[in-house]
Design a protein around this ligand. Structure first.
Ligand code: ATP
Ligand code: MG
Length: 442
């Protein structure tokens, strides 16, 4: 057992003992042992001047010298002392005697994240929060050229507000070897969290292997156990090499297609082919109805383009079945209502704009032949939002579909009855489900 740093006979001894207190460098009082790792012991400490709590990590110098790593440690510690990140344990001071190095760090009260996982897997939201904090810390240190190389739940501490603090950044290089190729060569870290290239001992990139460890940590937080686990160490290594692991059934998601399409690797050189679709929402352009210039421009654009075209045959057959167009609008909202019109699509669009203005609805979305308008007042279920889309059925016949996008259904019906119908009555040929087509012609 290594002794607590109490008695030193060298001339530069940091320890003075007044009334059995262990005081080092006349500055810190050493307290109880907090924990012990592979190379170091960590003690609670107190700054005598400020009374601030600190954690003091004590490492035997021999160990470091043996590995010939003084230079790297000095460099990384220098970097870590200069930077501050909310999720990285701050190194306040580094002091040394002939035999020992003392790292004075901020004291993190809440213990190891490991203790939490040991009690069982975390809820997804909690795991996500810790993972986000971990990634932000790792990114920050990598950006300063410092990799961790020993990321594992034991090095993830929690502060009193349940926020994550990564410890040992810049310290885990201690048992490492750098050869001339700049890659790390000594295996380090807990095998279960270690990247395959680290296990292969052929040299690795510290930052990349950190990312592997982050993935294993996320798995552990969500699963409550390790992805690669075996009583036999060689078998465990073999699982790591083969990436042999399974997701437990409660892992929430397989990536979605939109998720894939947002991925930068996928996006490189990808041009989404235009598929023919009548209800493709395309880029939603916000539209301020007050903006006259914009409205004019849209009108012009409209006059040059044409609305989605409906298969006339389908239209006619729907007329013969009592003008039930609903089968043409599969997958659409039930609260929708349709009318036919003999006006041009752009004339209908102008009417819809006028309707929005009159009812004090705001145009929140405006495409050539599709608009979405939102009520000014809060309804029972928030603001009512209504979408209207114009489809061309035949050169002189258009179908207009109204549907509720958000808000309360009763308020929507009332809006249709009291506002939409009267405002549009002179362009409506027939509302779906009412009379015959010829009956309501104006
Ligand atoms: P390794 O040697 O691989 O890093 P380890 O993380 O378990 O393993 P140490 O880094 O020596 O070992 O730390 C020992 C323990 O001391 C930690 O696990 C943690 O519980 C505690 N500890 C370390 N730093 C702090 C800190 N800043 N504040 C509070 N407790 C700490
Ligand atoms: Mg540690």
């Amino acid at each position: 057992m290594e002794e607590k740093p109490t008695k030193h006979t060298q001339e530069n001894t940091p320890v003075s003992h007044g009334s059995a207190r262990n005081i080092i460098f006349d500055k810190y009082e050493m307290g109880k042992l907090l924990g012990q790792g592979t190379f170091a012991k960590v003690y609670h400490g107190r700054n005598l001047r400020t009374s601030e709590s600190v954690a003091i990590k004590v490492i035997n110098k021999d160990q470091v010298k043996k590995e010939g790593l003084m230079e790297q440690i000095t460099r990384e510690i220098a970097v870590m002392r200069l930077v501050r990140h909310p999720h990285v344990v701050e190194i306040k001071e580094v002091m040394a005697t002939k035999q020992k190095i003392y790292f004075v760090m901020e004291y993190i009260k809440g213990g190891e994240l490991f203790a939490k996982v040991a009690r069982g897997r975390l809820k997804e939201d909690a795991a996500r929060k810790y993972f986000q904090q971990l990634i932000s810390a790792v990114d920050f240190c990598h950006s300063r050229g410092v990799s961790h190389r020993d990321l594992k739940p034991e090095n993830l501490l929690l502060d009193e507000n349940e926020n994550l603090k990564v410890s040992d950044f810049g310290l885990s290089a201690l048992p490492e070897h750098h050869r001339n190729d700049g890659l790390l060569h000594t295996q380090c870290g807990t095998p279960a969290y270690v990247a395959p290239e680290v296990l292969r001992k052929k040299g690795y990139d510290g930052a990349k292997s950190d990312i592997w460890s982050c993935g294993v940590i996320l798995y552990v937080l969500l699963a409550g156990y390790l992805p690669f686990q075996d009583e036999n160490l060689m078998k465990m290594y073999s699982k790591v090499f083969k990436s042999e692991f399974e997701f437990p059934p409660w892992f929430s998601k397989r990536i979605t297609i939109p998720g894939i399409m947002k991925n930068p690797w996928f996006c490189k050189g990808f041009n989404r082919p235009i598929a023919f679709s009548i209800s493709e929402p395309a880029n939603e352009t916000p539209f301020e109805q007050e903006d006259e210039a914009q409205r004019k421009e849209l009108e012009l654009k409209r006059s040059k383009s044409s609305p989605p075209f409906y298969n006339a045959f389908a239209f006619i057959s729907s007329m013969s079945s009592g003008f039930d167009l609903s089968n043409l609008f599969e997958n659409r909202t039930r609260s929708g209502s349709l009318f036919t019109s003999k006006y041009s699509a752009s004339a209908i669009m102008s009417k819809l704009e006028a309707l929005a203005k009159k009812t004090n609805f705001k145009m929140v979305f405006h495409k050539d032949f599709k608009v979405r308008m939102q009520g000014a007042s809060e309804g029972r279920k928030g603001k009512l939002s209504v979408t209207a889309e114009v489809f061309e059925v035949a050169p002189e016949v258009a179908v207009v579909e109204f549907s509720k996008t958000a808000g309360d259904t009763l308020e929507y019906r009332k809006f249709c009855e009291e506002d939409v119908r009267p405002a549009l009555q002179d362009i409506v040929w027939s509302w779906q489900g009412e009379n015959s087509v010829s009956g309501t012609e104006t």
